[in-house]
Design a protein around this ligand. Structure first.
Ligand SMILES: Nc1ncnc2c1ncn2[C@@H]1O[C@H](COP(=O)(O)OP(=O)(O)O)[C@@H](O)[C@H]1O
Ligand SMILES: [Mg+2]
Length: 386
């Protein structure tokens, strides 16, 4: 992880202590600063906080340096606080780069929501990491196994710079496959997005013997549903500190499926069963509409050369090439699970090689040559149009 530790919220020229107290009550770290301290942040080498709250109630005018700070550090969010809703101040605030505006009475809830939005929408820095999301066309096709092994392969390339986030709020399997015993989970992260700084986030993840850091699923029986914005905050934050972020996405959670804006590739995993292939087709087309065609990739986990449904059949149904057909190897997969040791750690088997080849393509380390096959016969049944 990067070594930078940044304060969460800088409150510029507060009228009184009320704002700082409200921010502390929300669990945020607030620092008080003057307009002069704000203008020092306009320097390119300054390390600005996540959010700057500018209180105009005392000064009645916006600090002149605000726009310059925003230009220099577009990732920093600005919230302007005013005594009343005044369209002139609002317009000025927007021109200077504020995207949130609050007037009296200032409540803790309104403040917390405004800041959460700013944190979630922070623009990604130029050196931000890459996010790869994995989602299964149905359960049991090998999605988690594939994601865990791709993360393991990438962790070999980028030790301590790879994060695996299991976005299943409960009952996710990734920790088991990594042989990890996490103390905290994705639920803790989702509930505390407003508290994120590097140290806090670091405290939630578990190191694994495979080299990837793990943000695990929770083992709580009942968890509150989380919103798209919260998932987005977690992913956006993670990619600032990790070179590679791998997401295990629950296919039935719309909030997560809608939060994948930061993903550079979304991998839809299917197998050669009719229901899975049809599911993959639907899922891939929804994801292509939402995130663009180039980002979505369909692969086959647990592939079987003898299967009635061929690679070419799948390619027709999902309307794209399927370059990665991971071989089925039940014994190896089970052994890896029982040992809590991802098999991409070992060489000399086809399945591990398949995971590495997928990892290479996603991270564009060493693109694999393309493969294609002649067409097969089950097309009409697969599409459901026959
Ligand atoms: N390539 C493979 N060959 C054989 N079995 C596999 C393979 N990949 C996964 N499995 C097995 O399939 C089962 C489901 O895998 P999992 O990764 O949990 O799937 P999903 O996340 O899609 O539900 C597990 O028992 C796992 O060991
Ligand atoms: Mg799974």
């Amino acid at each position: 992880m990067a070594t930078r530790l940044i304060p969460e919220v800088l409150v510029v020229d507060p009228l009184d202590r009320e704002l700082e107290q409200l921010l502390s009550a929300c669990g945020m770290r607030a620092t008080r600063g003057s307009a002069a301290e704000l203008s020092a942040l306009a320097h390119p080498s300054a390390q600005p906080p996540h959010v700057v709250v500018v209180d105009t109630r005392g000064a009645r005018a916006l600090p002149a340096s605000m726009a310059a700070v925003k230009r220099q550090h577009p990732a920093t969010g600005f919230l302007v606080v005013a005594a009343e809703s005044d369209p002139t101040v609002l317009l000025e605030a927007m021109r200077a780069g504020a995207t949130e505006f609050l007037h009296e009475p200032i409540t803790q809830a309104a403040l917390e929501q405004a800041i959460s939005r700013l944190v979630a929408h922070r623009a990604a820095p130029a050196d931000a990491g890459e996010v790869f999301a994995f989602v299964g066309a149905k359960g049991g096709v090998g999605t988690t196994t594939t994601a865990v092994n791709v993360a393991t392969a990438l962790a070999k390339v980028a030790p301590s710079q790879t994060l695996f986030a299991d976005l299943h709020m409960a009952h996710g399997d990734a920790a088991l496959l990594f042989g990890a015993e996490p103390r905290f989970s994705i639920v803790d992260a989702l509930e505390n997005t407003h508290r994120f700084d590097e140290a806090y986030f670091n405290g939630l993840v578990t190191p694994t013997a495979a080299g990837a850091a793990l943000l695990a699923s929770s083992d709580r029986a009942l968890v509150q549903h989380a919103g798209t914005q919260q998932f987005r905050s977690v992913v956006e934050f993670a990619k600032q500190f990790y070179r590679y972020v791998i997401l295990d996405v629950p296919r039935t959670d719309a909030a997560v499926l809608d939060a994948l804006d930061a993903a550079s590739r979304i991998v839809v995993v299917t197998n050669q069963e009719l229901s899975a292939v049809r599911g993959a087709s639907r899922l891939a087309s929804t994801l292509r509409e939402r995130y663009g065609r180039d980002r979505v990739l369909v692969i086959v986990g647990r592939s079987d050369k003898q299967a009635e449904i061929s690679q070419a059949d799948i390619e027709k149904v999902v309307a794209s090439k399927v370059k990665h057909m991971l071989p089925s190897d039940y014994r190896l997969a089970l052994q890896a699970l029982n040992n809590g040791r991802p098999l991409a750690l070992d060489n000399h088997n086809k399945l591990a090689a398949g995971f590495r080849s997928l990892a290479k393509e996603l991270a564009k380390i060493d693109p694999e040559p393309k493969r294609s096959e002649a067409s097969g016969g089950l097309f009409s049944r697969l599409t459901g149009r026959g």
